[in-house]
Design a protein around this ligand. Structure first.
Ligand code: PAF
Length: 262
């Protein structure tokens, strides 16, 4: 596995690759959800490129950025084990030579759900993903459905800007108790971790969104939103712990789960 911290070296290496290139962009703190993306990419592409970059422009909360888990040594070991060919790990100066003066902004779907609660979040996501796609020039790029709104925005951005890449959505990977895998799960204290699976259970309940909000609030969650749109029920909650607050998001296919239409 080749590791690139220098984007000049990476771009030269990229020009030498022939065949299909699969790309899995991440912010590190890799878990089984990322492993599933990498495995699918490995099965479908000649070359597997992973990026690890904690992108500051998508964090609307400085404490969230500060506490975001960073586990580079174990990430690299897992990447090697899973057959990743190249890992790209740029820094801010290389990725944002413009100082974030240039941005990709979506003006509709990015303003609802998570966008309504995290100002600027999706502009940061779309901007960094556009940069990474231009640097990696993948044939296929893999994104988890846990971040379903992110997946839709990226897919439609690629269509809007005529990017020659297939965006591949991959099913959410869950713990045996139903909690969707997330790098942020490691930040949950023991009591919050024990209560967290109720979030996924409540989203699947055959009740109206308002009743699900009530159920979650009764269980002690601070609810950002529960909304059923486009055949899926989306939710975001904050769990308050003694050391820090942890925000969890999830979504389930509404029709398949018996969730009523809005
Ligand atoms: O989903 C993530 O981990 C990030 O939002 C992404 C797509 C790597 C952009 O920083």
């Amino acid at each position: 596995m080749r590791e690139f911290v220098d984007l000049g070296a990476w771009r030269a290496a990229r020009q030498a690759l022939s065949g299909t290139v699969g790309f899995v962009p991440t912010m590190g703190a890799l878990h089984r959800g990322h492993a599933a993306l990498i495995e699918r990419c490995r099965a479908e592409c000649d070359h597997v490129v992973l990026s690890i970059y904690v992108n500051p422009t998508q964090f609307n909360n400085p404490q969230d950025l500060e506490h975001y888990p960073r586990t580079l040594a174990t990430d690299l070991a897992l990447a090697r084990e899973l057959g990743v060919d190249c890992v790209v790990m740029p820094d801010y100066a290389q990725l944002y030579p413009d100082g974030f003066r240039y941005r990709v902004e979506e003006t509709d779907f990015s303003t609802i759900l998570c966008g309504a609660h995290r100002p600027g979040h999706f502009t940061g996501v779309l901007t960094v993903v556009m940069k990474l796609l231009n640097l990696v020039q993948p044939t296929r790029a893999y994104f988890g459905e846990k971040d379903y709104q992110q997946f839709l925005l990226i897919r439609d951005m690629c269509a809007a800007f005529f990017l020659d890449v297939t965006i591949v959505p991959c099913p959410t990977v869950r713990e045996p108790d139903g909690l969707a895998l997330s790098s942020r799960n490691t930040l949950l204290d023991a009591a919050s971790r024990a209560r967290a699976p109720e979030f996924a259970r409540a989203l699947r309940a055959p009740d109206a969104d308002a009743a699900v909000v009530q159920r979650l609030e009764d269980a002690g969650f601070d609810v950002d939103y529960v909304e059923t749109r486009f055949g899926r029920r989306f939710g975001a909650v904050v769990m308050h712990g003694p050391a820090r607050d942890v925000r969890l998001i999830d979504n389930v296919p509404a029709a398949a789960e018996g969730v009523p239409a809005p």
